[in-house]
Design a protein around this ligand. Structure first.
Ligand SMILES: NC(=O)c1ccc[n+]([C@@H]2O[C@H](COP(=O)([O-])OP(=O)(O)OC[C@H]3O[C@@H](n4cnc5c(N)ncnc54)[C@H](OP(=O)(O)O)[C@@H]3O)[C@@H](O)[C@H]2O)c1
Length: 158
């Protein structure tokens, strides 16, 4: 049994389609099950609610052995930072890189893929994304939000 989150989203719905095609038993978590296509409602178990709710996840994971997990994008106009939204939505437990690598190999990943993921994780843990401080020389002068306001909005709303 595989549990799939965001079954109505662009990514989740494609994952769900492929899993249904494979014949695998599927359970989806959906805030509004009426938005699910008839094919999904006929073939998947549906747990109503948000996967941001621990009680819903506990219910959905009963007897399942795999999970497709996707943190939904923050709603437009969300007041806080994207990072805060992600951290608030996601519960996680850090595992040692070597343990994760071993788990990937057990689940059929190639040696090269497991090594690549381990190397990437080590690099992130060692601050590879912080190597170049954000400043006027390394970042665009305007944020994406500002560009939407100044350029895109006037272009599409004359
Ligand atoms: N699509 C791409 O090509 C792409 C590429 C790179 C990265 N990403 C990233 O991947 C993430 C998701 O992408 P997506 O394109 O699949 O998103 P999407 O099409 O906007 O779908 C969002 C999904 O999340 C669900 N959702 C929204 N808020 C929720 C909440 N509070 N609790 C539970 N479910 C909630 C929606 O369900 P409802 O039906 O209940 O609203 C919907 O199923 C985003 O962070 C995006 O930036 C997407």
């Amino acid at each position: 049994m595989i549990v799939i989150t965001t079954p109505t989203g662009q990514i989740g719905r494609q994952v769900l389609d492929r899993v249904l095609d494979s014949g695998e038993a599927v359970r989806v978590i959906a805030r509004d099950p009426s938005r699910l296509p008839a094919r999904v409602r006929a073939r998947a178990e549906v747990v109503p609610g948000s996967h941001g709710d621990a009680g819903v996840i506990t219910k959905a994971l009963a007897g399942a052995d795999r999970l497709f997990w996707l943190v939904p994008p923050p709603p437009f106009g969300h007041p806080g930072s994207a990072e805060r939204y992600y951290l608030d939505f996601t519960r996680y437990r850090q595992v040692a890189v070597a343990d994760r690598q071993a788990a990937m190999l057990r689940r059929g990943a190639s040696q090269a893929m497991a090594q690549a993921m381990a190397d990437m994780t080590e690099a992130q843990n060692n601050g590879i994304y912080d190597a170049e401080p954000r400043g006027p020389d390394s970042a665009a002068a305007t944020s994406f939000r500002q560009w939407c306001h100044d350029t895109l909005k006037p272009a599409v709303q004359p």
